[in-house]
Structure formats: structure tokens, C-alpha cells
Design a protein around this ligand. Structure first.
Ligand code: ADP
Length: 171
């Protein structure tokens, strides 16, 4: 697996699957989630509502992942995952790792070759970026996925630098 870094907007990535840092409701939110629904159009939300009626009546639990269409995005699928809210008093890093691992498991099921990830949990959910980057990079490299390229798409230079350092650390 090749791991690449891009400074930019995840909704503009021509990849097989774009990962959304969703919330449990699957019904939209701010940050990446808002951008994906805005740019991808109403078809994504329609499939999310359907998932709430069928598979996830109580919402998608933290650490899990599920796919929908990518609507009008230049991708085939959106893989929605829910990262944990950062807690300074409780170690939730296993849930953050699970969000990355489960997203790649869904990508493998779909046959996706290229997958773009945002810095899950490092926005509104408050995870310190250096730690979030370290967990993200280590988890995707250890996942044993058949995905050919994992592309981390970072929205700011600070986030990009954190991922570059995390990647350099693992050699
Ligand atoms: P969470 O609720 O999991 O923290 P957020 O969407 O608030 O998710 O933020 C996750 C990361 O995604 C943050 O680093 C944020 O700056 C970044 N981000 C926001 N919009 C975009 C976008 N369009 N493309 C890529 N990254 C984005």
C-alpha cells in the first residue's frame, strides 16, 4: 500500500472512495461532513436516511464504517465513519484506530483501489493533530488492506505537517 499526503479539499479528490468524518446520526454535520453533502448532492443524504431506517436505527456507532454513493463527487463511494470525540481523561485511541481500520475493510469489500481520508476526529471532535496523525498512519499501514493508495487529504498546513512527521517516523 502506498500512503500519500495532499494539502487540499477532500471533495475534489478523484478517488474510488472518499471517507467522511461523519457523526453517529449519519444525517450531516459541519466540517468534512458538511462539505461532502454540499458538494455530493442530496443522493448521499437519501442513502444515509435509508441506512438509519434499515441497518442503523440508532445511528452508526463510533469506530464503525458504512458506504453510500458519492453522488456528484468525483468518486464512486463515500465511506462514512464515526471517530470518537477526544477525551483528555479517557483513552479512546482504539476507537479512532477502528474508524480507519473499518473504513479500509469496507473499501476492500467494495473493491476500492484508491481511498482518501480526512484527519478523522481532529476537527470539531478535538483530537490533538500530532496524535491523530500518528494513529491514522500507523493504523492504515498495519491494516493489511488490498487498497493500493491511501491518500490523506489535509485541509491546513499544520495538519499536513503533522501527517508528514507521522509518516517519516514509521520510515
Ligand atoms: P471530526 O468531527 O471527526 O473532528 P471535522 O470534519 O470537524 O471532523 O474535522 C476533521 C478534519 O477535517 C479537520 O482537520 C478539518 O480541518 C478537516 N476538514 C474540514 N473540511 C475539509 C475538507 N473539505 N477536506 C479535507 N479536510 C477537511
Amino acid at each position: 500500500m502506498k500512503v500519500t499526503l495532499v494539502l487540499g479539499d477532500i471533495t475534489e479528490q478523484p478517488v474510488d472512495a472518499v471517507v467522511n468524518a461523519a457523526n453517529s446520526s449519519l444525517l450531516g454535520g459541519g466540517g468534512v461532513d458538511g462539505a461532502i453533502h454540499r458538494r455530493g448532492g442530496p443522493q448521499i443524504l437519501a442513502e444515509c436516511r435509508e441506512l438509519r431506517v434499515t441497518e442503523y436505527p440508532r445511528g452508526l456507532p463510533s469506530g464503525q464504517a458504512v458506504a453510500t454513493t458519492a453522488g456528484e463527487l468525483p468518486a464512486r463511494w463515500v465511506i462514512h465513519t464515526v471517530g470518537p470525540v477526544y477525551s483528555p481523561s479517557e483513552d479512546r485511541s482504539a476507537l479512532l484506530a477502528s474508524a480507519f481500520r473499518e473504513s479500509l475493510r469496507v473499501a476492500d469489500e467494495l473493491g476500492a483501489q484508491t481511498v482518501a481520508f480526512p484527519a478523522v476526529s481532529a476537527g470539531v471532535y478535538g483530537w490533538p493533530i500530532d496524535d491523530a496523525a500518528r494513529i491514522a498512519v500507523a493504523t492504515v499501514l498495519a491494516a493489511g488492506s488490498s487498497v493500493a493508495e491511501v491518500r490523506f487529504v489535509l485541509f491546513g498546513q499544520r495538519e499536513y505537517d503533522a501527517f508528514e512527521a507521522a509518516l517519516a517516523d514509521v520510515g
